[in-house]
Each structure stands twice: as structure tokens, then as C-alpha cells.
Write a protein that binds this ligand. Structure first.
Ligand code: SF4
Length: 969
């Protein structure tokens, strides 16, 4: 008998176990709940309690299932047996692999530790990797920040003591006017989406997106400003001009929290010209208008007895002369060259628009002031019964940072924020713990000649923050100490190193040859390098005299058969992110929010079914085998025999401070500081794999000058003292380099770099034409070419993922319809795109949402055929392409041009300038519909699983006797 009523289960039980961990499908570190059934991966959902995503999961996050099940997963350690690039490997045991690595690395360490270059990609264990490098004794270490966003980080940390994204965020709850510069769907993915959602559901708010391309977040902006790439700095300084001209600036904020009143010595030609005038204690001086004397600028202002001047020229009793920093600033930006009319043509933004945006910013900041009834105490002890804020927030990322003028552009954005008084106030940009820190923060980079000795750790980390020429890592004759030339006269503020120059410099033995290139998660043979074809040649180039590879030894760790794997000599297979422990630490880039500090872990929710090991475990094991002091006990036995979890719990960087801040102390009742807690990881797991501390209300804002917050930050070891963080409108470290270029001081730049340093080390933000643009002819290469990141993918991991590939199987080159018409191109035509460096062929698509002279494509979708265990005929290889082939790691050579064959990087920080690319386009004649260049398909490396024609997931979970495909029944 049929049932009288049909029952439909609308919420079937999908899993029999749920484990919490942290997503790694992009860099946002959202909390996830992984559903398992019969011990197998079933479903991923967002953790609603997690502070980063509050349950939100994006397309990438849900597709983590296919990341875990990818046929591209490596399955065992590999030793190369054929030529590099042939893909000929044999599987070896872990013991053999680690012995091979140990023998080679031991020999390097015992002779010249610099001959190891250890660089990582977008990994999330940089406090461990950098510590390991320092223990090894090599200065040649960095992660991928020099390729990605060091301009943002360095400009922020030298200017306001924090930076966008990981070290700060908009006050989404209170801001009324939000400006975003150069952000597609890249960093801070879910948090920005959630924030924009909140912003757009409130009345009287406005969101302005400044970006040459209207995709991603720009698509929902209230106003899109399609700026010409590389001119954001001019636009921002025109806004500064307008605010100064109309007297719409927050003088009180400038006096209290910035160095606006500090006197700058004004004696051209003097060895201290442009430095701050200081008293005998070294305190900067300000001019007190009441007493008509110079007084310490560090005493509280304004006070009844003191009234610092912001303009004028003053002579001290000892004869020294100076002007307040603000005076210099106002004189510069009030000049006509920064007026909207003067910059309109270059930026592609009308002068009226610039004037209107400036007026809107001023209106939001000064006419819509926010007052929160929260009492707080500033660093001087003054009590305030309210928190008063200027509700203008800003955010910027790749579109600013990946230009050779990005450092100064980002400083200009921070200058704009300071003039509006909208930093760490209600409605403004807010710091995330452990920031703010002093500008610049410590430590200095290690790696000077005296720091590097055989079989010795370096005294500090390889990356850091320089304050002047004396901190550079250079030999006595001025040559760089680092293989990437970071912290040399070429790139003095290279806070993240220059990963994009490592292979070129190692190949060229410039400044010296290395022995081993050790890479982790860095697909340098393809999308993580500029000049990808040239990079492949360098990886395989041999010295004709010896027949040996010019880069003698390459060790690579990756979870997947990326393009880089084929060029390694030894491959150490990593796990997927669902199979390992990880630590997202306050020592590195934590998950803090403006509401308080936080960190998190990953735990293995599945056990590997392959002979793979988490890279962090391998690094700790190698550290012990090499006898690195921090990784062995006094008797030489491993200090962390339990591997990475042992390290996460028991390592102490400083007394009481370890990788994880939650549940410290023997009983787990301490936060931030405390003895190691053997049950710490259990506590994290019980709490959904994260820890956070909610700051009390009186510490939520004005953290740079908030007595209670500063005391707390000091107690946690985040800042050296509870003194206020003073924002640097005017940067003295920059001026120290400029003085050296003018011939002052003991350390002088080499002759050929003097004018470069004098020009680009301006203590106030400047704008200059991007270097590639200035060295190429506008007529020859009239178009800008940039990339954007799609919402559904992050780097090359995502573009091999079976589900995400269905969203973006290949990429096209997008251009404006009017430009296409001028070039005689229509949708789906094929075209050649040419730069000074090379030529590619791609299919085009037209649109209206982009700046007319800008062409663009999605990032990292094109793949080399055969890589990632994809079908060699897959669309990613056949039709997908990379702009990287057009971008040289070196600047064009042009008579009279700047920087002949210098690195194609920001001259201040060394940030890779891959958004500076200039191209021309012509229609391709009818022919094969295939992108160019094409390379020989890569051979599948040993141990890869067979690749199914269609990768299916989930059928095995269908209930018995329910629908299933007939051919599978
Ligand atoms: S935003 Fe990033 S971390 Fe968050 S769910 Fe998506 S992929 Fe995962």
C-alpha cells in the first residue's frame, strides 16, 4: 500500500561528525566547520561564532572539498633523475629526502650560510620560517610580500604605525563615507563583503571605489572612479590640496597625534637639513607661540601653557632654524601642481569630481561627527567623557601597492586620513592588535656582514625596519648582503624582501652565487614570477664551463604538482590544509580585529592517505637535524620531538610569549603572556580553533594615545613602552637616506644611485610617473595592462580546483568597447598583446566598466599544459594565459630613461611593480584558437593519481535506493 502521506526530509543529516578548523582557500583565515561522514569529507560550512567570518563562507571556502580531493596532490618525496623540467623523478623515502637536504644544508651552514636562499609564498607560518632562517644564519629569507603588498605594509608602518587589512580595518559600524583604492576581490575577502553589506544597509552612507576596473567590490559602489593606473597618488594629493585650500582639516588631531608641529631643520646644504630639531635629550622640538621658545614636542598638547606653531620659520637660541613639518606640507600641496585642474588629464578624473569628492570627505568628517558615550583617558592622563570620531574610512590594496610609486601613494592616503582626523576614531580606520606600533616598528633586519658566520644563528630576524643608512645590509664597499638586494641602497626599506628577484639574481650570481634555493608554496616557475619564460630558462640554465646548473640545487615543498615542482631537484610533499596543524599567530599575521587581539589554529580533520608531511613539521625536523640551536636541546636531541604542535605549545619567543596567546599558563587561565600550557590546543579546539580577547570599551579607539590600551599593549609585549604612537606626516628616516645621497654622513650611496635616492626618498609623499611608463614610449605602448582577482579564486590553487574551474575555466583579456572599436576588435576575437618585453596571444572580451586605456584580465588562471595534473587539453592551458610573460623583472633600457636595467620595483621598498605594465594590442589573424606562448606540456610527476575524466563528489553519500545515475547503479 502506498503511504497516505509522502514525507520529504528537508534537512537530512549530512554528517556524523563535525570538526572545527580554519579555512585556507585564501588568506582571510575564516573559521570553518568540516562535516564528516564515515570519516570522509562531506561538507564545509562557515563557523557562525568565528570572529573573522561569523559563519559566512565564500565559493572558495566551500570548494575546499575539491582542494582536498585534487588529483594534483603530491603523494611522496621526489628526487629528480632527469633534466630539470623533464618531470622525471623517482619516489624516495622521507628519511632519504631529509638526509639529502640535511647533508647539503649542513655543508652550506658550515661554510657560508648566505648560500641558502629560503623563500616562501603565501604561507601562514612566517614567524616560524623567519625564525628558522635566522637560526640557520642566512639573511636570504622572505615570504611573498615583496611581490604582493609591501608598499602598503611599509608605508603604513612608517607613517601611522599600522596598515590596511591585516593590521587595520574600517569601522564598518560607524563609518559614513568609505573610500576603497585599488581593491578587487583580493585580500580580506569575506570581511570586506560583510562590511560592505553592513555599510550599504545603513542610511546616509556612501561607498566610493577608485579602481580602473569595475568588478568585484567596485560593482556595488555608490560611485566608481575609473582612474588611470598608477595615478592614484596624484588624485589623493589633489584631494589634500583641496582640503588645505578650503581649510577642512583637523588641526586638533594633527597637533595631538602627529608630528605636524615638530620643527624640521631648514638649512639647505647642512648635514642635518631636513631632520627634526632636537633638544639635548634627543626629543624633537616644537615652537611654543606663548613663550616664543622651542619646547619638547613630546609634552602634552594643547595645554594651557603651550601652543605649538604649525606654520612659520623659527630660529632657536643656538642659531638653528626650522619650520614645523605641517608648514612644509602645506606649502608643498597648496602649490598649483597639485590642484585638481592640474592633475585631471593625467588621472582621467575631472577636476569637478575631485573637488566634489574632497567636499564630500570634509562634509562627512566635519559635519557628521560621531560621538560615542564612552569615557577614556589619554596618555597624558586627561580624561575624556566621549569618543568623538570623523566617520571617513579608507582601504587600499594591490592596485596601489603593485606600482613603482606605490609606497608614496600609500603614504599619501595615510596623509589624507590624518588631515581628516579619521584614524582609530569612531567611524574611521581602526588598528588591529598588536598594532599600532612605533613608526617604524622594530626590529632592524639582521644580515650585516658581522651577523653572518658559519654555524651560527644571526642575532635577529632577516626582515625588519631600517631607520637610516646605518641599518642597511651592505658590505664595506656598498654591495648588497642579500641575494635579493633588499635593504641595500637599491631598495632600502625592503621590509618584505624581493622574492621576485631571487631567481634572477641567483642565476646571475649577482651579488654572489648561491648553492641552494629552498622554496615553499611559491610557484616561481609560473604565476609567482615576472618574466615567467625567462625564469624557466634561468632555472634550467647551465654554466658552460662546468655543465652544472647555474642555480645548483633547488628544494621545493608544495602540496600540489604545480609548475614549479618540475624544476626542483628535491620535492618535499606538503599536506592539504585539512590534514595539518597550523598556527595563525600574533607573532605573525593574526586574526585580530579592531575589537581586540585574536589568533587561531588549524587542526587535522583528516589523516593523509599519502606519504606526505606538513611543511612546518619538516622544517622543525630539519632544524633539529641541522643542530640549529633553537631546535635542539643542550644534549643535541630535538627540542620539539612532538613536531609542530610541540612547537606551537612550548616555544617561547620571549619569556611567556609563544605562538599562541590564548589559554596560557600551566592552568590555562592566562591570556597573552604566561607559561606554556600543555592542554592549550585542547582549549583552542573546544573553542572552535580560535582565541580572542574583547577589549573593554574604553580601549576601543584612539589606541595610539589611549593610556589604558597602551598599558595593555605594553604588558603583552607588543610595544616597547606605553608611550604614545606618534604618526609621521613627515618621515625622518626617508630624509636620512636623502641626506646620504647629498653627500652627508659616513655611509654614502654609490654614485649611480645617488640621484635615484635623492629623488625618491622624499620625507613627504610625492607622485612620480611609474618607472616602466617613464622608460617606454607612450606611442609604442599606449595602454595599461593590469590583473584583478576574481571572487572565486585565489592564486593558482583555486584555478585547478574542480568546482572553481567551472566558474572560470579560462581567462580573456578585457577592454573597453570604445577602445575595441578603435582597434577593430569584437568579442571573442583573438589578439596579440605586446610589451617592451614580449608578446602573448589571448581572446578578448569587451565591456564598459573599465578605464578606456586600461586592459585587464583575471590573475593566475592560465596554466602550463600538463601541470596540476590537469588534462593537457584543459582550457586553462589551451586558452588561459598569464600577463606575467609580458612583465620583465628588469626595467626597460632606454637612453636617458630612469633606472637602466634596475629591478622593475618600487625604488623605496622593492615592491614588484607588475601593475606598471604598458602594452599595445593588435588583432590576430585567423588561425588556431590557442593562447600564446605555449610550452611543452609538463609530464606528470611520479606518484600522481590517475586523473578521472570527470571528478565527481558526493555520489557515495546518496541514500540507498534513492536516485542515482543508471550507469552507476
Ligand atoms: S574568504 Fe577566504 S578564508 Fe574565508 S571562506 Fe572564503 S576562501 Fe576561506
Amino acid at each position: 500500500m502506498p503511504p497516505s502521506q509522502e514525507f520529504v526530509d528537508t534537512s537530512p543529516k549530512v554528517s556524523d561528525e563535525i570538526k572545527y578548523t580554519t579555512c585556507y582557500m585564501c588568506a582571510c583565515r575564516c573559521g570553518i566547520k568540516v562535516h564528516l561522514r564515515d570519516g570522509q569529507l562531506r561538507y564545509i560550512e562557515g563557523n557562525p561564532d568565528h570572529p573573522v567570518n561569523k559563519g559566512v563562507l565564500c565559493a572558495k571556502g566551500s570548494a575546499g572539498i575539491m582542494q582536498h580531493l585534487s588529483p594534483a596532490r603530491l603523494s611522496a618525496p621526489l628526487k629528480r633523475v632527469g633534466p630539470r623540467g623533464s618531470g622525471e623523478f623517482v619516489e624516495i623515502s622521507w628519511e632519504e629526502a631529509l638526509q639529502l637536504a640535511t647533508e647539503r644544508l649542513s655543508a652550506i651552514r658550515a661554510t657560508d650560510p648566505r648560500k641558502l636562499a629560503f623563500f616562501t609564498g603565501r604561507d601562514q607560518s612566517q614567524s616560524l620560517t623567519s625564525y628558522w632562517a635566522a637560526q640557520f644564519g642566512t639573511p636570504n629569507h622572505a615570504a611573498h610580500g615583496g611581490f604582493c603588498s609591501v608598499n602598503m605594509a611599509a608605508a603604513g608602518l612608517y607613517t601611522i604605525g599600522g596598515s590596511f587589512w591585516e593590521f587595520g580595518e574600517p569601522d564598518w559600524e560607524h563609518t559614513r563615507y568609505f573610500m576603497m583604492f585599488g581593491v578587487a576581490e583580493d585580500h580580506d575577502s569575506n570581511p570586506i563583503k560583510m562590511g560592505l553589506g553592513r555599510l550599504k544597509t545603513r542610511e546616509n552612507t556612501k561607498y566610493v571605489s577608485v579602481n580602473p576596473v569595475r568588478t568585484g567590490y567596485s560593482a556595488i559602489a555608490d560611485e566608481w572612479i575609473g582612474i588611470r593606473p598608477g595615478t592614484d597618488g596624484l588624485f589623493v594629493l589633489a584631494l589634500v590640496h583641496e582640503l588645505l585650500r578650503t581649510h577642512k582639516i583637523d588641526l586638533d588631531f594633527l597637533l595631538r597625534y602627529t608630528n605636524a608641529a615638530w620643527l624640521v631643520r631648514d638649512e639647505p646644504g647642512h648635514a642635518e637639513d631636513g631632520l627634526f630639531l632636537r633638544d639635548v635629550q634627543g626629543h624633537p622640538l616644537a615652537w611654543d607661540r606663548n613663550s616664543e621658545t622651542a619646547q619638547s614636542a613630546l609634552s602634552p598638547v594643547p595645554s594651557l601653557s603651550r601652543s605649538p606653531a604649525l606654520s612659520g620659520e623659527y630660529e632657536l637660541s643656538d642659531g638653528r632654524r626650522g619650520r614645523p613639518a605641517f608648514d612644509l606640507l602645506a606649502r608643498r600641496y597648496l602649490a598649483e601642481e597639485y590642484a585638481p585642474n592640474a592633475v585631471a588629464e593625467r588621472t582621467g578624473i575631472t577636476a569637478d569630481t575631485m573637488r566634489r569628492i574632497a567636499a564630500e570627505l570634509a562634509h562627512a568628517a566635519f559635519e557628521q561627527q560621531i560621538e560615542l558615550d564612552i569615557a577614556w583617558t589619554d596618555w597624558t592622563g586627561r580624561k575624556h567623557n566621549k569618543m568623538i570620531g570623523r566617520p571617513v574610512a579608507m582601504h587600499a590594496m594591490r592596485g596601489i601597492s603593485a606600482h613603482s610609486n606605490g609606497f608614496h601613494t600609500c603614504r599619501a592616503i595615510h596623509l589624507l586620513q590624518m588631515l581628516l582626523g579619521s584614524i582609530d576614531c569612531p567611524g574611521g580606520f581602526r588598528y588591529k592588535a598588536p598594532f599600532p606600533r612605533p613608526c617604524p616598528p622594530g626590529p632592524k633586519p639582521s644580515g650585516k656582514p658581522a651577523d653572518v658566520k658559519p654555524n651560527r644563528p644571526m642575532p635577529g630576524p632577516p626582515l625588519g625596519f631600517v631607520s637610516g643608512p646605518e641599518d642597511l645590509l651592505i658590505e664595506d664597499d656598498g654591495t648588497p648582503c642579500r641575494i635579493d638586494k633588499g635593504f641595500s641602497w637599491e631598495f632600502p626599506l625592503a621590509a618584505h624582501g624581493l622574492m621576485h628577484m631571487v631567481i634572477h639574481n641567483a642565476w646571475a650570481a649577482d651579488p654572489y652565487p648561491i648553492d641552494t634555493l629552498f622554496l615553499y608554496m611559491a610557484n616561481m616557475a609560473w604565476n609567482s614570477s615576472m618574466n615567467s619564460a625567462g625564469t624557466i630558462r634561468m632555472l634550467t640554465d647551465k654554466d658552460p664551463a662546468t655543465g652544472e646548473y647555474k642555480i645548483p640545487n633547488i628544494i621545493y615543498s608544495d602540496a600540489y604538482a604545480s609548475e614549479m615542482v618540475s624544476y626542483a631537484d628535491l620535492v618535499l610533499p606538503d599536506t592539504t590544509y585539512l590534514e595539518r596543524w597550523d598556527c595563525i599567530s600574533l607573532l605573525d599575521r593574526p586574526i585580530s580585529s579592531a575589537h581586540g587581539p585574536g589568533d587561531s589554529i588549524r587542526q587535522p580533520v583528516l589523516q593523509p592517505d599519502r606519504d606526505v608531511r606538513p611543511f612546518q613539521e619538516v622544517l622543525i625536523d630539519l632544524g633539529a637535524r641541522l643542530g640549529l640551536p633553537a631546535f635542539v636541546k643542550d644534549n643535541g636531541s630535538p627540542r620539539y620531538p612532538g613536531g609542530y604542535t610541540d612547537y606551537m605549545v612550548n616555544h617561547q619567543r620571549l619569556p611567556g610569549i609563544g605562538p599562541l596567546a590564548g589559554w596560557r599558563g600551566v592552568d590555562g587561565d592566562q591570556q597573552g603572556r604566561g607559561e606554556p600550557n600543555p592542554r592549550q590546543l585542547e582549549k583552542y579546539i573546544a573553542n572552535g580553533c580560535f582565541w580572542k580577547h574583547d577589549l573593554p570599551a574604553n580601549q576601543l579607539y584612539f589606541k595610539h594615545a589611549n593610556r589604558d590600551y597602551l598599558n595593555y599593549a605594553h604588558s603583552q609585549g607588543w610595544i616597547p613602552s606605553a608611550q604614545p604612537i606618534i604618526m609621521q606626516l613627515y618621515s625622518e628616516p626617508m630624509q636620512r637616506f636623502r641626506l646620504a645621497a647629498q653627500g652627508h654622513g659616513k655611509l654614502l650611496p654609490p654614485e649611480h644611485l645617488k640621484s635615484r635616492i635623492a629623488e625618491y626618498f622624499d620625507p613627504l609623499p610625492i607622485w612620480y610617473q611609474p618607472l616602466e611608463e617613464s622608460a617606454t614610449d607612450d606611442q609604442d605602448f599606449p595602454l595599461h595592462a593590469i590583473t584583478q582577482r576574481p571572487a572565486a579564486m585565489y592564486h593558482s590553487w583555486g584555478s585547478q580546483n574542480a568546482w572553481l574551474r567551472q566558474i572560470h575555466g579560462f581567462n580573456c583579456l578585457y577592454l573597453h568597447r570604445d577602445l575595441a572599436a578603435e582597434l577593430g576588435l569584437v568579442d571573442e576575437d583573438w589578439a596579440f598583446i605586446e610589451s617592451h618585453h614580449g608578446q602573448i596571444k589571448a581572446q578578448i572580451r569587451t565591456m564598459t566598466g573599465c578605464q578606456k586605456n586600461t586592459v585587464w584580465t583575471w590573475n593566475a588562471i592560465g596554466k602550463r599544459r600538463g601541470a596540476w595534473n590537469l588534462d593537457p587539453a584543459a582550457a586553462e592551458g589551451e586558452k588561459g594565459f598569464l600577463l606575467n610573460h609580458l612583465i620583465s623583472e628588469l626595467l626597460p633600457q632606454k637612453n636617458g630613461g630612469r633606472g637602466d636595467r634596475m629591478s622593475n620595483s618600487d625604488p623605496v621598498t622593492g615592491q614588484a611593480a607588475w601593475f606598471d605594465l604598458r602594452v599595445k594590442i593588435r588583432k590576430a589573424e585567423a588561425g588556431e584558437e590557442q593562447s600564446e606562448p605555449q610550452f611543452e606540456p609538463l609530464k606528470a610527476v611520479a606518484g600522481l593519481r590517475s586523473r578521472p575524466g570527470i571528478l565527481r563528489f558526493g555520489e557515495k553519500f546518496l541514500p540507498r535506493n534513492s536516485w542515482r545515475r543508471k550507469d552507476k547503479a
